[in-house]
Design a protein around this ligand. Structure first.
Ligand SMILES: [Zn+2]
Length: 326
């Protein structure tokens, strides 16, 4: 597709090449700029797509008004040189057009003469990554300072994950390095850059408390559903108690079953010693043998008669004493 064909996709009527002024412009690159920031190579590719159809403005010019250029083509260019931190240098080149008319002619002359050549780009990014630790400074702070060296590594921020591009503008003040690229980002950055100076002990205490509270809240959130060692100890004890109770109950049931099998009154079952089935069966045999030899009648159903109940208890106690002495 020729330049004029690409341009005519943006115009309301067909233009001829003679009616238009077409010029190249270097929008931005991947070198570290004077703010200590750079675009990632991926960001350049994202900007390449986003800048097609965006306008170029001359907002520092009092005559600005209707003067506008429009980007109709973009390309990432690799140059045979490296950035200051040793990466292959790349930049985003755009082709823009303006209508050739009397009002635009002075600007066209300035662009042709190389007087107007520095531009700034407006875009928004989701990430600004610390080159030292990899933190996205939009989301989490880090202790590294742009422009300082850490272990021989220069700290800078890498602008990445571009979500929109706004426009480019010719800047009046030239001589900025790297085509005078300046950047506007999503409001999040302004928030993260918002810094209130701390002047008093109270303000410091408050700031520390806020940070500590946030850390505690985060930790609680992280470990919600987990038990403290104290709670775990209580639950362990409850479990052990229940387990012990369960063992006692099982032994009780077993004693009653074995007692029934051996014709031993259930009232006596609990008095049989032993925890294992084997021991209880041995004990039951002893009881059965004794009961047979003494021809003890099964205890009658309770009559509610206290003296009788007492005498029954006494008889049982006597029997147990004799059994234990065997
Ligand atoms: Zn960092």
């Amino acid at each position: 597709m020729s330049d004029i064909e690409k341009i005519n996709r943006f115009t309301r009527r067909e233009f001829t090449e003679d009616e238009l002024y077409i010029f190249p412009v270097k929008l931005c690159d991947n070198a570290i700029d004077r703010d200590g920031e750079r675009f990632s190579d991926k960001a350049l590719e994202e900007l390449k797509t986003l800048f097609v159809g965006k306008t170029g403005i001359f907002d520092h010019d009092p005559r600005a008004g209707n003067q506008e250029a429009r980007v109709f083509d973009t390309e990432v260019i690799s140059e045979n040189k490296t950035t200051s931190d040793g990466r292959p240098y790349k930049y985003l080149k755009a082709k823009a057009y303006m209508v050739r008319n009397a009002a635009n002619q002075p600007l066209i002359d300035e662009i042709d003469a190389g007087i107007k050549k520095e531009v700034s780009v407006g875009c928004s990014a989701r990430k600004k990554i610390c080159s030292v630790c990899g933190a996205n400074v939009f989301e989490q702070g880090c202790s590294h300072v742009k422009g300082k060296e850490y272990g021989g590594k220069l700290c800078h921020y890498i602008v990445d994950d571009i979500n929109d591009a706004y426009e480019f503008s010719f800047v009046a003040v030239p001589a900025q390095i790297n085509a005078g690229v300046t950047k506007k980002y999503i409001p999040k950055e302004e928030k993260s850059m918002d810094f209130t100076p701390i002047n008093t002990q109270e303000e410091l205490d408050a700031a520390v408390k806020t940070a500590v509270d946030a850390a505690v809240a985060e930790t609680e959130k992280k470990f919600s559903g987990w038990l403290s060692p104290e709670s775990a100890a209580v639950l362990t004890k409850e479990r052990d108690d229940l387990s012990a109770e369960n063992t006692v109950c099982k032994a009780k049931v077993m004693k009653m079953q074995i007692a029934a099998e051996n014709g031993i009154p259930l009232e006596l079952a609990e008095n049989m010693a032993g925890d294992s089935e084997e021991d209880i069966r041995k004990e039951a045999q002893k009881f059965a043998k004794y009961l047979t030899s003494r021809k003890v009648q099964p205890t009658p159903k309770s009559t509610g008669d206290t003296p009788f109940a007492n005498s029954k208890n006494n008889a049982q106690l006597e029997m147990l004493r004799e059994l234990r002495n065997n």
